[in-house]
Design a binder for this molecule. Structure first.
Ligand code: NAD
Ligand code: TYD
Length: 353
C-alpha cells in the first residue's frame, strides 16, 4: 500500500484523487494545486479521450507527488484499487464529456461518463470512506435565462442539452448520496471557462485558432447568445476554496459576472490578433441553443471568501498570448481525428444548411 498522507489533519498535506486531470480545467487545477499546496499528493485518473492530453500537464507529470493513471471513472475495480492503494482523502471529479455540440450528435457516451461514471465514483468513495467528494458541475444545468436575472443555487434545474441533462443527473446523484448516505459532498456550478489548454472545439480556442490560420470564424445563429466568462485559474481557486471550506451537502455557484455576446468575444479576439472582421461567418444555429447564462456567485464570495483575481481583459490577453506561444500543443491536439470532427460539424453548416 502506498501511504499518501492519511491521518494528517492538515488539509494541505492530503491526497486527492483528481479525475479528468489531463483535460482543460483538470490540468489547470493540478498545476494550481502544485503551485499553491507544495505538500499535496495527487492521483490523476484520466481516460485520455480526444479531450485529454498529457502535454497539458507539462512539468506536473514528473512531480514525485503526482501519480497519473490512464483509466475510466466507469471502471469500478480500478477506482476501488486506487482509493485503497493511495488511501485517498478526497475526490475532485472533473472527468466528463464536456462539449454540447458532441452531446447532440452522440449522447450515449455522455450518459456513460457523466452519469454512470459519477455514480461509480460515489459508490466506491462511500465504500472506501473518502472524506469529501467534490463534483465539478456547470451553470448549464439551470437551463437558459431571459434578458435579465442570474442563476442562484436555488434556481430549479432545467437542462436543455444532452450534455447539461447528463450533468444535472450527476448532480442529483451527488445530492442523493449526501441525503441518503450522509456522504460529505460539495457541488460547484461554474459558468463558461477560458484560458490555456482548452481544446479547440470550444468557442475561444476555436476562434483564436481559425483567425490565426485566416480561416472563417463560424458564429452560430445571430451571435447574440450570452455567456458569463471566467478565467480558468479563478475557477480552480474557487474549487479548491469549496473543497477546503465548503459545507457538506452544499452547492456553490462560481462565476465572474462577466457577460458577453459571442459576437463581441469574436470581435475582441480578431482585434487582438490584428485580423479582419470579414473572417466572421454566420452559420446554422445549434439546435436548442441556450440563449443566455449568468451566474450569481454571491454565496461563494460570502461563504468561501473567494473572489476572481483576473479581469476579463487580463484573461483574454493571457489566453491569446498562450495560444500564440504554444503552436505545438495546438498542432498536436488538432491532428488526426480533429479534422474529421471539424468537417462533420462545420463542413456543411452554411445558413441554408
Ligand atoms: P475537457 O473536455 O477539457 O476534459 C475532460 C477530461 O476528462 C479529459 O481529460 C478526458 O480525457 C477526461 N475523461 C473523459 N471521460 C473520462 C472517463 N470516462 N474517465 C476518466 N476521464 C475521462 O473538459 P473541461 O472543460 O476541462 O471540463 C471539466 C469539468 O468541468 C467537466 O465536468 C465540465 O462539465 C465542467 N465544467 C466545464 C466548464 C467549461 O467552461 N469548460 C464550465 C463549467 C463546468
Ligand atoms: P461553447 O464554447 O461550446 O460552450 P457552451 O455551449 O457550453 O456555452 O460555446 C460558447 C458559445 O459560443 C455558445 O453560445 C455557442 C457559441 N459557438 C459558436 O457560435 N461557434 C462555435 O464554433 C462554437 C464552438 C460555439
Amino acid at each position: 500500500m502506498i501511504r499518501c498522507g492519511k491521518g494528517l489533519t492538515d488539509m494541505r498535506n492530503r491526497c486527492i484523487l483528481v479525475t479528468g486531470g489531463a483535460g482543460f480545467i483538470g490540468s489547470n487545477f493540478v498545476r494550481f494545486l502544485f503551485e499553491t499546496e507544495p505538500a499535496i499528493e495527487v492521483v490523476n485518473l484520466d481516460a485520455l479521450t480526444y479531450a485529454g492530453n498529457l502535454a497539458s500537464l507539462g512539468d506536473c507529470l514528473n512531480r514525485p507527488r503526482h501519480h497519473f493513471v490512464r483509466g475510466s471513472i466507469t471502471n469500478a475495480e480500478l477506482v476501488r484499487l486506487l482509493l485503497q492503494q493511495y488511501t485517498v482523502d478526497g475526490i475532485v471529479n472533473f472527468a466528463a464529456e464536456s462539449h454540447v455540440d458532441r452531446s447532440i450528435t452522440g449522447p450515449q457516451v455522455f450518459i456513460e461518463t457523466n452519469v454512470k461514471g459519477t455514480l461509480t465514483l460515489l459508490a466506491e468513495a462511500r465504500t472506501a470512506g473518502v472524506a469529501r467528494f467534490l463534483q465539478v458541475s456547470t451553470d448549464e444545468v439551470y437551463g437558459s435565462l431571459g434578458q435579465t436575472g442570474a442563476f442562484t443555487e436555488t434556481t430549479p434545474l432545467s437542462p436543455n442539452s444532452p450534455y447539461s441533462a447528463s450533468k444535472a443527473a450527476a448532480d442529483h446523484l451527488v445530492h442523493a448520496y449526501h441525503h441518503t448516505h450522509g456522504m460529505d459532498t460539495i457541488i460547484t456550478r461554474c459558468s463558461n471557462n477560458y484560458g490555456p489548454y482548452q481544446f479547440p472545439e470550444k468557442l475561444l480556442p476555436l476562434m483564436i485558432m481559425n483567425a490565426r490560420r485566416d480561416r472563417p470564424l463560424p458564429v452560430y445563429g445571430d451571435g447574440l447568445h450570452v455567456r458569463d466568462w471566467l478565467y480558468v485559474r479563478d475557477h480552480c481557486a474557487a474549487i479548491w476554496a469549496a473543497y477546503q471550506r465548503g459545507k457538506p451537502g452544499e452547492v456553490y455557484n462560481i462565476g465572474g459576472s462577466n457577460e458577453m455576446t459571442n459576437l463581441d468575444i469574436v470581435r475582441l479576439l480578431l482585434a487582438r490578433l490584428g485580423k479582419p472582421e470579414s473572417l466572421i461567418t454566420y452559420v446554422q444555429d445549434r439546435p436548442g441553443h441556450d440563449r443566455r447564462y449568468a451566474i450569481d456567485a454571491d454565496k461563494a464570495r460570502r461563504e468561501l471568501g473567494w473572489e476572481p483575481a483576473v479581469t476579463f481583459e487580463q484573461g483574454i490577453a493571457a489566453t491569446v498570448e498562450w495560444y500564440q506561444g504554444n503552436p505545438a500543443w495546438l498542432e498536436e491536439v488538432t491532428s488526426g481525428a480533429y479534422q474529421a470532427y471539424y468537417e462533420k460539424m462545420y463542413g456543411n453548416r452554411d445558413r441554408a444548411g
